[in-house]
Design a protein around this ligand. Structure first.
Ligand SMILES: [Fe+2]
Ligand SMILES: [Fe+2]
Length: 136
């Protein structure tokens, strides 16, 4: 069973953002499966790096939409993105050095962050974009 199931409440009403969020959930599930299956460090590292790179790209996409449509909450939303990227980078460094294993606390943190951010900041952005007629 997948670690995290997609739920309808996570849709923000913007096609590109929603499809990227689904991919993020899938990437998190792949990472969890790799850990559960006892995959080697290389494989886990690859999955972790993919998750980070995909997240960075996704954030850039949202930030572009904010700028293009002059979203009033841009600064705050971008700062929150930057914080998570920093946290994930630290997590990867610590994993690589053997300091922090990938425990369920790490997954809970990532899932929690994702759900809260999507349902909070991203949903607000989705509503704003829909108001501007930008839905894809
Ligand atoms: Fe997002
Ligand atoms: Fe976001």
């Amino acid at each position: 069973m997948a670690y995290m199931e997609w739920r309808a409440g996570l849709d923000v009403g913007h096609a590109k953002i929603d499809s990227e969020h689904r991919s993020l959930v899938e990437a998190l599930n792949r990472l969890h499966a790799a850990m559960k299956q006892g995959k080697g460090k290389d494989e886990i590292e690859k999955t972790l790096l993919f998750l980070k790179d995909y997240t960075v790209e996704h954030f850039k996409g949202e930030e572009r939409l904010m700028m293009v449509h002059r979203y009033p909450g841009t600064d705050k939303h971008c700062a929150i993105h930057a914080d998570l990227v920093k946290e994930v980078a630290t997590l990867i460094t610590n994993y690589q050095s053997g300091k922090t294993p990938l425990t369920s606390a790490v997954f809970d943190f990532l899932e929690d962050w994702l759900v809260k951010h999507i349902q909070g900041e991203d949903k607000a952005l989705g509503e704003f974009l829909r108001g501007k007629g930008a839905v894809a």
